[in-house]
Design a protein around this ligand. Structure first.
Ligand SMILES: N[C@@H](CCC(=O)N[C@@H](CS)C(=O)NCC(=O)O)C(=O)O
Length: 217
C-alpha cells in the first residue's frame, strides 16, 4: 500500500492527507517526527536526506517536499478539474502552491510558532529553527507581513471561488492548509470577506475538515 510518513500535527502532512482524500486514495500513514522522533534514523534519512516529514512511498523512489507530493498525487490519481487538463490552468494552480511555499510559508511559520504553539510544542517540533522563529521582533514583523499577504489573496479571490477560478484545484491546498492556521492566530486582523467565503467553501470538503480543520494543531 502507498505510505505517507509523518505525524498528523504537521501542516505539511495534513495537506498531503487532504490531497489523498480529494483523489480518493487510501494510504497507510506512519507516525514519524515531533514526539514520535525517527526523522534522524538512517533508514528515514535514506528516504529523505532533509530528515523532515512528509515523505511519500509509492512504488519507486520516495518523494519529499509536500507540494511536490501533492502535485504528484493530483496528477497520478486525480482528474480535471482538480488537476487541470489545460497546461495554463495547471501553471496557475502550481503558482499558488509555490507562492505558499516561497512567500507565505517563511512568514506564517514564525507567526504560528510564536503566537499559537506552546513552548513545549516549539521545542519538540522545530528545535533547530526555534531561536530565530520565536524572537518577538521577528514574530511581530512576520504578523504584519502575513496580514498583507492574506490581503493579497483576499483581493485575488474577489471574483474567483477558488485560487484559479470557478473550480477547486490542487493549488487551493497549500494556502488552504495555512489559512486554517491563520484563523487560530490572535491579534488585529482586518476583515477579509473573500478569504472567509473561500474558507467556508473549503470547509464543505470532508477531506479538509477531517485532516486540517479537525486535525491537531
Ligand atoms: N518544505 C518541506 C518542509 C518539511 C518540514 O519542515 N516538515 C516539518 C513538519 S511541518 C518537520 O519534519 N519537522 C521535524 C519533525 O517533525 O520532527 C515540505 O513542505 O515538506
Amino acid at each position: 500500500m502507498i505510505k505517507v510518513y509523518g505525524r498528523t500535527t504537521s501542516i505539511n502532512v495534513q495537506k498531503v492527507m487532504w490531497c489523498c482524500a480529494e483523489v480518493d486514495l487510501e494510504v497507510e500513514r506512519i507516525d514519524v517526527g515531533g514526539e514520535f522522533g525517527g526523522t534522524r534514523d538512517p533508514a528515514f534519512v535514506a528516504k529523505n536526506p532533509n530528515a523532515t516529514v512528509p515523505v511519500l512511498q509509492d512504488g519507486g523512489p520516495t518523494v519529499w517536499e509536500s507540494n511536490s507530493i501533492v502535485h504528484y498525487l493530483a496528477e497520478a490519481y486525480g482528474r480535471a478539474p482538480f488537476f487541470p487538463a489545460d497546461a495554463r490552468r495547471r501553471a496557475l494552480a502550481s503558482q499558488w502552491m509555490d507562492w505558499s511555499l516561497g512567500v507565505l510559508n517563511p512568514v506564517m511559520r514564525p507567526v504560528y510558532v510564536g503566537m499559537v504553539q506552546s513552548p513545549e510544542q516549539q521545542r519538540e517540533r522545530v528545535p533547530l529553527r526555534r531561536p530565530f522563529e520565536i524572537h518577538p521582533a521577528a514574530v511581530k514583523g512576520a504578523f504584519r507581513i502575513a496580514n498583507e499577504l492574506w490581503g493579497r489573496l483576499d483581493a485575488h479571490l474577489a471574483d474567483r471561488r477558488y485560487v484559479t477560478g470557478a473550480d477547486f484545484v490542487f493549488g487551493d491546498l497549500a494556502p488552504g492548509a495555512w489559512y486554517h492556521r491563520w484563523t487560530k492566530v490572535p491579534g488585529d486582523k482586518p476583515p477579509h470577506p473573500n478569504l472567509a467565503a473561500w474558507y467556508a467553501r473549503l470547509r464543505e470538503r470532508p477531506g479538509y475538515l477531517r485532516n486540517v480543520v479537525e486535525g491537531p494543531l
